[in-house]
Design a binder for this molecule. Structure first.
Ligand code: SF4
Ligand code: SF4
Length: 382
């Protein structure tokens, strides 16, 4: 397992985390087997959007004494009614459900209290101008939750949350298909066939702005739907008409700015093992560029997607990272301190560029990488 900083939270999260979808309708032994397998593989970040009390009890029992070594992203605004999951904005129900979740898991704190599924602007106001956000802040003040997060599928509301100042984590749906789709309050648009009927070009600018805002503000992104619910792994179901491998989907999500961990909805131990093979997969097999640069209808071009395919550089400039920090600075209109710091930590800087043109030639997306490097030198001063 590799571990990354989750924004400025101080949490070092395994880059592969585990969600609760795969635990649904499983008995205690099955949940214990899955959670034990996750722990043995170094998974230390668990998302708990599900509100089933029995699932929580089984999860807590499976964790046992490991609770203190792992991080739980627990959702506010989910409830269990008539034996079913319910998304709610009812304050009393939210409070009762959150308290029940903690009691059933057997914990007196939650690492990230996640305001669940804020996808619409009206809903955003309902959550953030009402008692639920106030409650989340009180929980944080009293140490019951360590950090406040928001889950969303809509980059508009996700960005609004990222600009509030005390949101530290965003759980967001990230994969190359969804990244091309313009923002919508209807999350089903992300996988509706009609969304992909007309040709799409590059990552949607609002999504890109959201990623860059999180990176600039030290907000960590945890990823859901990295495999598009499995569709991206199957050429018949993939909106692109071609399949990506598990490693390519993971690598795509993990190369977005601010992303710390990809939450997998593992149903079987074999699926955890398959995801873990990411760490042994050679760079060329993780590389999603050969697929994304040869799509029939949709296209990525002339805009860096941080794939790293332009390597090697003779002076070892990490062109993808330079581009990422440059785009961060350009999006803000100035060089924020944190971005300047990250840039300074790179081993090699734009000023070392030999102008050999190799990155331009290697980029499958037609990015004028060498020009970007010159602009980075101008922007950062070295
Ligand atoms: S310049 Fe091209 S090859 Fe290099 S990281 Fe950006 S998109 Fe990938
Ligand atoms: S043009 Fe500059 S950044 Fe690109 S590969 Fe050559 S030396 Fe490296």
């Amino acid at each position: 397992m590799e571990y990354r900083q989750l924004g400025n939270t101080g949490i070092m999260a395994g880059v592969i985390g585990m969600g609760s979808e795969g635990l649904v309708n499983k008995n205690s032994e099955e949940i214990c087997r899955l959670v034990s397998c996750a722990l043995e593989n170094g998974i230390n970040y668990f998302d708990m959007y599900n509100s089933d009390p029995q699932l929580h009890r089984n999860f807590g029992a499976a964790l046992g004494s490991e609770r203190k070594n792992i991080f739980i992203e627990g959702h506010l605004c989910t409830a269990w009614e008539n034996d079913q999951y319910l998304r709610t904005r009812d304050f009393d129900l939210t409070k009762r459900s959150f308290e029940n979740m903690m009691r059933n898991i057997g914990t007196d704190y939650i690492d990230v209290g996640m305001l669940h599924c804020v996808d619409g602007q009206e809903d955003f106001c309902k959550v953030f101008d009402g008692p639920i956000y106030k409650y989340a802040r009180e929980l944080k003040k009293s140490g019951v939750i360590k950090h406040i997060g928001v889950s969303s599928h809509n980059p508009v509301t996700a960005k609004m949350a990222a600009e509030l100042g005390d949101i530290e984590v965003v759980l967001f749906s990230v994969n190359p298909c969804y990244d091309m789709v313009p923002p919508s309050e209807n999350l089903e648009d992300l996988w509706a066939d009609e969304s992909y009927e007309k040709a799409l070009h590059n990552i949607d600018p609002v999504r890109e702005e959201f990623y860059l805002t999180c990176a600039a503000n030290g907000i960590g992104i945890t990823v859901m739907k990295a495999f598009g619910g499995g569709d991206l792994l199957d050429e018949k179901l993939s909106p692109f008409g071609v399949r990506l491998s598990t490693a390519q989907c993971l690598h795509y999500a993990l190369t977005r700015p601010a992303v710390a961990t990809v939450i997998g909805g593992f149903h079987k131990t074999e699926e955890i093992c398959e995801a873990m093979r990411y760490f042994e997969t050679p760079e060329n097999e993780r590389d999603y560029a050969p697929v994304l640069s040869h799509l029939e209808k949709h296209s990525f071009s002339e805009r860096c997607i941080y794939c790293g395919h332009c390597a090697p550089c003779p002076v070892k400039i990490d062109v993808a990272s330079v581009n990422k920090y440059l785009n961060l600075a350009l999006a803000q209109g100035f060089v924020p301190e944190t971005v300047a710091m990250h840039y300074s930590l790179l081993e090699h800087h734009a000023s070392e560029c030999l102008k050999c043109g190799s990155c331009d030639r290697n980029c499958p997306f037609g990015v004028h990488a060498m020009k970007q490097i010159s602009l980075a030198k101008e922007t950062f001063g070295y």
